[in-house]
Design a protein around this ligand. Structure first.
Ligand code: ADP
Length: 179
């Protein structure tokens, strides 16, 4: 599914983010940038050791912020590593931190002067953020960013599971109907 917003196309894609040919992919990392399971593990496996070597040099990334490495062996030129919040019931600043993770990743992308970026569903795996709530924040933060003016022409939400894709599809079609 695609949705045109000003000069930018928002797209939903179901599958493995490491396979996408975009300028930058976003990693749902941990604050130590140590790699791990989920999308983080998949990115380091597919991208090879150069990404971890750069992560070690950077040292870490606080929750809600984002840092950049090269893409190693990935089709993407850059990986933007951001750290989403661990869900603790919603009253511990999780929504603001998740919004900040998306916003910080978009700012890094603007600094890199790239035109295409793909996001996984940050925090909704091991970190336990409910997908329906996280989806609203992800889409809302991206739309606000685009409406303020962007060099990004193509922004992909890459959902690994059919269930997550369906949640995003429903949300985005509501937004498209009632902008
Ligand atoms: P977090 O720790 O931020 O919750 P996870 O990696 O555990 O991060 O999960 C985030 C999302 O990434 C989940 O929806 C998971 O299904 C998804 N995911 C896992 N592997 C991939 C992949 N290769 N490409 C895209 N998304 C993935």
């Amino acid at each position: 599914m695609q949705f045109a917003l000003d000069d930018t196309t928002l797209e939903l894609h179901q599958g493995d983010i490491t396979r996408l040919t975009v300028d930058a992919i976003v990693n749902a990392a941990n604050s130590g940038l140590r790699g791990g399971g989920g999308v983080d593990g998949a990115i380091h496996r597919a991208g090879g050791p150069a990404i971890m070597a750069e992560c070690r040099r950077i040292g870490g990334c606080p929750t809600g912020q984002a840092v950049v490495t090269g893409g190693g062996d990935l089709p993407a030129r850059y990986v933007i590593h951001t750290v989403g919040p661990i869900w603790q019931g919603g009253g511990r600043g999780e929504p603001e931190l998740l919004r900040s993770a998306y916003a910080a990743s978009l700012l890094r992308a603007e600094e890199l002067d790239v035109t295409s970026i793909a996001f996984p569903s940050i925090s909704t795996g091991v970190y336990g953020y409910p997908i329906a709530l996280a989806c609203g924040i992800a889409v809302g933060t991206v739309i606000e960013h685009v409406q303020r003016g962007t060099a990004l022409q193509h922004i992909i939400f890459c959902l690994f599971s059919a269930g997550d894709y369906a949640v995003y599809e429903k949300h985005l079609s509501n937004v498209a109907r009632n902008p």
